[in-house]
Design a binder for this molecule. Structure first.
Ligand SMILES: Cc1ncc(COP(=O)(O)OP(=O)(O)O)c(N)n1
Ligand SMILES: Cc1ncsc1CCOP(=O)(O)O
Ligand SMILES: [Mg+2]
Length: 212
């Protein structure tokens, strides 16, 4: 089963991205989504080429944001696709069954479709406003997660759902009570001066009800 914490990288340059990714891995993240928006393909490739061995060294799962071809070229562990990116079924046909494919959702119907098309996990959001992403879908808030997770339960649809968007440490426990599997975060980890402590605190809350 996937880790309950996914770090989504930030940084305007290859150097800043690499720095942020290295710091997050060093502080205990074991699932990375490399999100390097609006870049030249050769720069995204260079970054991915450096991130791949880093993730191997830290035994972290390496997911690429948006770019199916880069995922295959670099042999990353998988890709995350949004509602306006390549569709999940096309991605599955292109990547095969061995790669992890994550899909963005904002509604119950989005999740139903993703599951039908062979998606492995869902990024459901946004939870609240965030400056990390432009053109946000409607904000879900806690009640939105409750609603959608209840519908999934009723429909007996089982897929790991990750909350995303403006999540802070104090949101984690109430969000977990809605039935989500975990969270995907960017800003709080990138901006933290005490990353190791923060990741430990996040994981304590994320795994609070897990029986080992
Ligand atoms: C885990 C996770 N969930 C949602 C998103 C958002 O994807 P998308 O809507 O394609 O937006 P961009 O990240 O591509 O700007 C995500 N990246 N990860
Ligand atoms: C990529 C993405 N998709 C919806 S919100 C978001 C950004 C999440 O980042 P943050 O944790 O900084 O709000
Ligand atoms: Mg996208």
């Amino acid at each position: 089963m996937y880790s309950k914490l996914q770090y989504i990288s930030q940084g305007e340059t290859i150097e800043k991205q690499l720095y942020n990714i290295h710091q997050a891995l060093d502080a205990g993240c074991n699932w990375l989504q490399m999100r390097f928006k609006n870049q030249k393909p050769k720069d995204a490739f260079s970054l991915a080429e450096a991130v791949k061995p880093l993730c191997e060294q830290y035994h972290a799962l390496f997911i690429v944001n948006d770019d199916l071809h880069l995922t295959k070229e670099i042999n990353a562990d998988g890709v995350h696709l949004g509602l306006t990116d390549t569709t999940i079924d096309e991605a599955r046909a292109f990547l095969g069954t061995s790669k992890v494919i994550g899909g963005t959702a904002n509604t119950f119907e989005n999740i139903q479709n993703h599951v039908k098309n062979g998606c492995d996990y869902i990024g459901l959001g946004p939870f609240r406003f965030t400056a990390t992403k432009e053109k946000l879908s409607p904000i879900l808030g806690l009640s939105g997660y409750f609603d959608i997770l209840q519908k999934l339960k009723k429909a007996k649809i089982e897929i790991p759902v990750y909350a995303i968007g403006g999540i802070t440490l104090r949101d984690v426990s109430p969000l977990m009570e809605t039935g989500i599997h975990g969270i995907a975060v960017s800003g709080i980890i990138t901006e933290s001066d005490e990353k190791e402590k923060l990741i430990q605190q996040l994981n304590e809350k994320l795994y609070a009800n897990v029986i080992v």
